[in-house]
Design a protein around this ligand. Structure first.
Ligand code: XIL
Length: 300
């Protein structure tokens, strides 16, 4: 196959990218994105601050621009993200307790209702676990509403759009030996045992010097999958752009039947949230395929 999306489809998987609405007028960008990828995540446009800038007033204009571009070009869409401590609108940052809990529920319902039946998988909860060795929850305004906030978010999401897969998404849960990974693993195991609706785990997979790719990545993917959830690689980028590491990531996903797809967090190095100097993506700033691109294509 000659594109990432078509190559991934040979094994029933997808290959996606983050899309920024502000770049949809850049034909060099859209040409590559349209040619290579068959899954789209809005890089910022479906986050809480974008979709509910004022309490109870939803705005889907930017989210819809990304959604419509994707669907008009035959791609599916991952929804990102409904409940998160980051990129909250100012009004939500001010809330606490039962008021914040209800605002979270209203937000999930408002956004999922707008996109009902249209989203392949939603990152219902993003980055709720703490870094470091605790293996516990991150302190946040949402966490302070009560430890059950994550399962409430998932139950709300299932009722709002039963057709969407519901994912828990986080970074630094790719290394099996890390406490954060084990914390999330224990939560997913608990949710499955108690019937809390969860369908997938998103491994963001932002690899860099402090959190490098580890050869136990395949064990992590296998272990989550064995709990009865899909695993998706949701925000892949590799600082330095090692072709070998990119190939390892693809090989690890392909080794696990329930690893259903891979999304890279941007198109060209110049589109990366890490800046072009990180050289973290598959195309250079001129849109040329990098060695990492060829390694990924050959591995798929
Ligand atoms: C990043 C975007 O790429 C940036 O444009 C934005 O300024 C900040 O957020 N984890 C996530 C993503 O779940 O939403 C983040 O995206 C990157 C880290």
């Amino acid at each position: 196959e000659s594109t990432l999306g078509a190559a991934a489809a040979q094994s029933g998987r997808y290959f996606g990218t983050a899309i920024a609405s502000g770049k949809l007028g850049d034909s060099a960008y859209t040409t590559i994105a349209n040619r290579e990828f068959n899954m789209v995540t809005a890089e910022n446009e479906m986050k809480i601050d974008a979709t509910e800038p004022n309490r109870g007033q939803f705005n889907f204009s930017a989210g819809d621009r990304v959604y419509n571009w994707a669907v008009q070009n035959g791609k599916r869409v991952r929804g990102h993200t409904l409940a998160w401590h980051n990129q909250q609108p100012g009004w939500m940052q001010q809330l606490s307790g039962s008021t914040l809990r209800q605002a979270m529920i209203n937000h999930i319902n408002g956004v999922m209702n707008h996109y009902k039946g249209k989203i392949y998988a939603w990152d219902v909860v993003n980055e709720a676990y703490a870094d470091g060795n605790s293996g516990g929850r991150r302190d946040s305004n949402l966490q302070r509403t009560g430890n059950d906030w994550i399962e409430v978010a998932f139950r709300t999401a299932r009722a709002a759009d039963p057709a969407a897969k519901l994912c828990y998404n986080d970074y630094n849960i790719d290394n099996w030996s890390w406490a954060k990974t084990q914390g999330v693993y224990n939560m997913v195991r608990d949710f499955k045992s108690r019937g809390v609706p969860i369908d997938c785990v998103g491994l963001q997979s932002h690899f860099n010097g402090n959190s490098p790719y580890n050869s136990n990545y395949r064990t992590t993917i296998q272990s989550f999958a064995a709990l009865g959830v899909d695993v998706q690689i949701t925000e892949l980028d590799i600082q330095g752009g090692s072709a070998t590491t990119y190939a390892n990531v693809v090989n690890d996903c392909l080794a696990v039947p329930r690893c259903t797809g891979i999304t890279v967090w941007g198109v060209r190095d110049t589109d990366s949230w890490l800046g072009s100097g990180a050289s973290a993506l598959l195309f250079d700033g001129n849109g040329n395929k990098k060695a990492a691109y060829t390694a990924v294509l050959n591995a798929l």
